[in-house]
Write a protein that binds this ligand. Structure first.
Ligand SMILES: [Zn+2]
Length: 104
C-alpha cells in the first residue's frame, strides 16, 4: 500500500522547491516517484508538429522522489509521516502520525 497517492496534498521538504505545497497529479510506484502540480518545473523546447502548432518552450513537472515530500494531513493540516492501521475487515487505512486520525 502506498503512503502517498494521487490527489494528496504534499509539502516539498528537499530540493529547490522546498517549502512549497502542491497536489499529487500522478504517482509512479515502480520508481517511488510522484508528479506534483507546479513543483520541480522543467523547461522543454518544442518543435512545431502534429500536437503543437508553435515552436517554443513549455514548462512541465518533472517527477520527484517520494522521500522529497511529506503528506499534509487533511485533519490536522500539518505535514506528517504516514502510518497504517489494519481494520477489522482486514483492509488497511492510512493514519496520520501527528493527530492519529485515519486519513482515508
Ligand atoms: Zn493529522
Amino acid at each position: 500500500m502506498r503512503k502517498i497517492r494521487k490527489n494528496d496534498e504534499v509539502v516539498i521538504i528537499l530540493g529547490r522547491d522546498r517549502g512549497k505545497k502542491g497536489k499529487v497529479l500522478l504517482s509512479i510506484p515502480e520508481d517511488d516517484r510522484l508528479i506534483v502540480k507546479g513543483i520541480n518545473m522543467i523547461k522543454r523546447h518544442t518543435k512545431p508538429g502534429r500536437t503543437m502548432r508553435q515552436a517554443g518552450i513549455i514548462e512541465r513537472e518533472a517527477p520527484l522522489h517520494v522521500s522529497d515530500v511529506k503528506l499534509i494531513c487533511k485533519k490536522c493540516n500539518q505535514p506528517t509521516r504516514v502510518g497504517f492501521r489494519l481494520l477489522e475487515d482486514r483492509s488497511k487505512v492510512r493514519l496520520c502520525k501527528k493527530c492519529h486520525e485515519v486519513i482515508d
